[in-house]
Design a protein around this ligand. Structure first.
Ligand SMILES: [Zn+2]
Length: 233
């Protein structure tokens, strides 16, 4: 009966694939099978020899640095990232996070027991109010489901709302990033633990640096995992 009702509901309000907009059939959720099998996976999770791994690991110890998908201009991934961030498609973030987490679990570089928390990059309270959710929390939720590592949104907070970074000069961008985050509950991080930092897209990595530096300064975390849903090729 529930299935009948849900099919009936789908007839009136059909769900479309978040990636290609084709109607979803029974058993498909948020993304259709055709799009799922053609997702442009980076396979970053299987290598400690990538540009981004080297980049982050030079500043603080990292055990894994991985972006799940390649982002290409006007491509499907870019479209999905936009829907997730600006169009209220929270569930899309959870779905993609779950897929990412399942892929991570098959990597020899990833051991979920080595991480105490998943920390989504916080957004400012004001922005949270406007948007209603943090897109990185959606991804973290999916990752938690797949890995069993708990997500915690309260350890860190964004104290400064960064606006369009591109319109600022180098110095003010640096300044903004420096003061963007605060660790409001350091007591929740155990000595010698690992934390997974989650963002939607890695571009320069400056945002992640700013948060990781704040956490690393506490002298508690022994290693980081840096995860994002997408990056450029
Ligand atoms: Zn599709």
């Amino acid at each position: 009966m529930i299935r009948f009702l849900s099919n009936f509901f789908n007839l009136i309000y059909p769900n479309a694939c978040y990636s290609c907009n084709e109607l979803l059939i029974e058993g498909e959720e948020t993304i259709c099978t055709k799009c799922l099998i053609s997702l442009p996976e980076t396979k970053d999770s299987f290598s400690a020899d990538t540009h981004l791994f080297t980049r982050f690991n030079a500043i603080y110890p990292c055990s894994i640095v991985s972006s799940f998908l390649y982002l290409s201009k006007n491509g499907k991934v870019e479209n999905m990232m936009y829907e997730l961030k600006y169009k209220g498609k929270y569930e899309l973030g959870v779905s993609l996070g779950l897929l990412f987490g399942k892929a991570l679990m098959t990597s020899p570089l990833f051991d979920p027991k080595r991480y105490e928390w998943i920390i989504p990059i916080p957004i400012h309270k004001k922005r949270l109010k406007q948007r209603g959710y943090n897109q990185s929390t959606a991804i973290a939720e999916g990752l938690s489901k797949a890995t069993g590592i708990e997500t915690n949104e309260t350890i860190c907070e964004r104290v400064y709302a960064t606006k369009t970074q591109t319109s600022k000069n180098k110095f003010s961008r640096f300044f903004t990033m420096e003061s963007a985050f605060e660790v409001s509950k350091p007591q929740l991080i155990s000595k010698g633990s690992g934390v997974l930092i989650v963002d939607d897209i890695i571009t320069t990595g400056a945002t992640i640096d700013s948060l990781c530096e704040k956490i690393y300064k506490l002298n508690k975390v022994s290693h980081f995992g840096i995860l994002s849903l997408a990056r450029k090729q």
